[in-house]
Ligand binder design. Structure first.
Ligand SMILES: [Ca+2]
Ligand SMILES: [Ca+2]
Ligand SMILES: [Ca+2]
Ligand SMILES: [Ca+2]
Ligand SMILES: [Cu+2]
Length: 432
């Protein structure tokens, strides 16, 4: 048992004691989820209805024809945890983050939600017309029992009707440890967004409270041929384009980002945080460096690197979002690329498959008159808070393996180890 392990154990025991003294572990949260009759935050159990009726024409009557909307619920935790970096000897890294506990009964959230941070934060995928009830429960910082940080959810770039649900600490409520709030969103604007905690944003964002957020348009399900007479049809689109020009077959959300391991280590070891020296050394796609990026599905749990004596460790998968890109020749791949990094711009390139940018900042890329401003490129650059919808058309591409990677070669590394970092593979399978 090394010194680090002992210190982890000691702090975990202190944290456990504080949690039980404060009653935090036994605290009950109160999620709001229309149609959920047994209070487990899930409105799709047997006998439950996810249907809620609403007055859509403003006459005060909710029963007119067509006045039915679908409510969708999700339950996120805000707290701390560990993820695994892609060094040759996998290295756990301490972080703050959101975890997905949707479907967990309210009275078990505080216990189950301990050390549940995920990176990136759980994907939030919505459909235009949905009403989204997002409960955030602050499950505390178990490895930092000296901290009492609140958290929020901020939908970046999203046109929110009310500032109370926007997550800015200045204008909205922040959620203290042991407490919860249910955010309400009327989902009307399709596009690629992102979300993050806005409390002490430089710190909480560097520590990992960042996620993919994207909204499918009402046009989905309608079939368009694009280009006309080409014989290529689509029924999924990035935007309500009216002509199918944002149609795609395969969709991959990609969050560009990076961590400063010295900052994370200082947070874990209760040292002053080196804000001024912040310099990220682990560039990642969806919270992983290459070659972990090409692994389909979740990475294994990081449990094995921690002492089994740490209480509440649930064997959770903390990096569930992959960057596995695979299509059949002739298909269009949509990359929903966003950057929420607090220190850097990042450029990302393809070779052999041109990128076509069809959306910028959660809007279809058209001029004021509707004229398409789509453009082809081999490289896109995004600063923190920016999003692009990038199409890869494999129609005229040979089957094989291609790469999506940053052209800044110093970012192709995992910490001190070269040949990793911000890169993944694009597999184009031959058409049969
Ligand atoms: Ca239920
Ligand atoms: Ca009505
Ligand atoms: Ca009416
Ligand atoms: Ca802080
Ligand atoms: Cu936070």
């Amino acid at each position: 048992m090394n010194k680090n392990t002992v210190s982890l154990m000691v702090r975990a025991v202190i944290a456990g004691a504080i949690l039980s003294c404060a009653g935090l572990a036994n605290a009950t949260v109160y999620s709001q989820c229309p149609g959920d009759l047994n209070g487990d935050g899930d409105n799709t159990d047997i006998g439950e209805s996810s249907i809620v009726t609403h007055d859509l024409n403003g006459d005060g009557d909710t029963l007119d024809p067509g006045e039915v909307n679908t409510a969708k619920c999700m339950h996120l935790t805000g707290g701390d945890g560990y993820i695994q970096m892609a060094d040759d000897t996998p290295r756990p890294l301490y972080m703050f983050g959101f975890g997905d506990l949707t479907g967990t009964p309210d009275d078990q959230i505080m216990l189950e939600g301990v050390l549940s941070a995920e990176f990136p934060a759980p994907n939030i995928e919505l459909q235009q017309g949905e009403e989204f009830y997002l409960t955030l429960s602050n499950t505390g910082m178990v490895m930092r029992p000296d901290l009492f940080d609140p958290h929020t959810v901020h939908f970046h770039g999203y046109p929110n009707a009310s500032s109370i649900f926007d997550g800015l600490p200045d204008t909205a409520v922040s959620i203290n440890m042991g407490a919860s709030i249910t955010y309400y969103y009327n989902i009307q604007d399709p596009g690629t967004y992102m979300y993050h905690c806005h409390v002490e944003a430089t710190e909480h964002m560097q520590m990992g409270m960042l996620g993919n957020l994207y909204i499918h348009p009402a046009q989905n399900g309608t079939t368009f041929e694009y280009p006309l007479t080409s014989g290529r049809t689509f029924d999924r689109f990035v935007y309500n384009d009216g002509d199918g020009s944002t149609g795609y077959d395969v969709e991959v959300p990609i969050q560009l980002g990076s961590f400063d391991s010295a900052f994370h280590d200082a947070s874990e070891s209760v040292q002053p945080l080196p804000f001024a020296e912040m310099a990220d050394n682990y560039p990642m796609l969806n919270g992983r460096g290459y070659p972990d990026t090409v692994i389909a599905g979740a990475l294994p749990s990081v449990d094995t690197h921690l002492d089994p004596g740490i209480p509440f460790k649930q064997g959770r998968q903390t990096q569930p979002v992959d960057t596995h890109i695979e299509a059949t020749q002739g298909e269009k791949i949509l990359l929903r690329i966003s950057n929420l990094n607090v220190t850097r711009f990042y450029s990302i390139n393809t070779l052999g498959i041109p990128m076509e940018v069809v959306g910028v900042g959660a809007k279809q890329h058209v001029g004021p008159s509707g004229k398409k401003l789509y453009y082809k490129t081999q490289s896109v650059t995004l600063g923190g808070g920016e999003a692009l919808d990038v199409m890869l058309d494999t129609a005229d591409v040979a089957a094989g393996k291609y790469y999506l990677y940053t052209g800044n070669l110093n970012y192709l590394s995992n910490g001190d180890e070269d040949f990793g970092g911000m890169m993944t593979e694009i597999i184009v399978n031959p058409a049969i």
